[in-house]
Write a protein that binds this ligand. Structure first.
Ligand code: NAP
Length: 241
């Protein structure tokens, strides 16, 4: 029989219509969690919900633009209304504008990168933390990038948004740990998804990380015993792409 350590728990995964978020949602569902999947592409979300339900799990699609405070508040409310609680919040939605130096980046693209990769994480924490504080437990898992640690020419705004997400995460971790709430940051290297072709240029896709590699790490974090937590994980492919 499959192990279901997250039975009875409820997770929200943003950016779950494809890529890493989809893999994370499927993995959390496999572990027994009900999963609320959020993104803008309704068809993508419904496909993930269908896949989870076909395997006997519980899931809900909530079409959400994570840059909108109203939409994110509705996402948290929908999770509570449908499943009665929230245990895990995976802030995964993200975009990248790659290929040109920062001085050539249009202001709208810079703003969109910051709003999606950083501002949306604030909005989701703002919407969900009061509930976690009330229950004095929960786990917030933010998906950043090795680009937040290393130079990424042609992706300066992306790198800056992920470095800022590091600062946000470690600070919020201290704000919330007294309530028994854990905050973890996951920093993958290049993953074979739609986001990465521009990011990695001529790299060998066969050697890149796969969405399942990231889902595996999120599962490890979410199933860790509750008296400790991992602040940050850096994930690298074994063979250099
Ligand atoms: N791929 C890599 O090499 C890599 C490496 C390190 C970290 N990451 C990070 O991993 C996360 C997932 O990326 P991925 O590689 O899986 O890319 P992806 O396949 O392009 O998926 C991105 C997801 O984010 C969602 N999203 C984007 N803007 C959104 C918005 N305004 N509102 C709601 N959802 C939004 C997209 O859904 P909709 O378009 O349906 O809204 C999609 O589900 C990102 O934070 C990314 O920075 C990726």
């Amino acid at each position: 029989m499959a192990e279901t350590p997250l039975q009875g728990q409820v997770s929200i995964v943003t950016g779950a219509s494809q890529g890493i978020g989809r893999a994370v949602a499927l993995r959390l569902a496999q572990l027994g969690s009900a999963v609320v999947v959020a993104a803008r592409n309704q068809a993508g979300l419904e496909a993930v919900v269908h896949e989870i339900e076909q395997s006997g799990g519980r899931a809900l699609a909530v079409r959400t633009d994570v840059r909108s405070p109203e939409a994110v508040a509705k996402l948290a409310a929908a999770a509570l209304q449908s499943f009665g609680r929230i245990d895990i919040l995976v802030n995964n939605a993200g975009i990248g504008h790659f290929g040109s130096p920062l001085h050539e980046m249009p202001p709208e693209a810079f703003a969109a990168t910051m709003e999606t990769n950083l501002g949306a994480v604030y909005l989701a924490i703002r919407a969900v933390a009061p509930h976690l504080i009330q229950r004095r437990c929960g786990h917030i898992i933010n998906i950043a990038s090795l680009a937040g640690h290393n130079p990424l020419p042609g992706g300066a705004a992306y790198a800056a948004s992920k470095a800022a997400l590091h600062g946000l995460s470690v600070s919020v971790a201290e704000e919330l740990r007294g309530y028994g709430i854990r905050v973890s940051l996951v920093c993958p290297g290049s993953v074979d998804t739609d986001l990465s072709p521009d990011l990695v240029g001529g790299k060998d896709r066969g050697k890149m990380l796969r969405p399942d590699d990231i889902a595996h790490v999120v599962a490890m974090l979410a199933t860790q015993t509750s008296q400790s937590f991992v602040s940050e994980v850096l994930i690298r492919p074994t063979l250099k792409p």
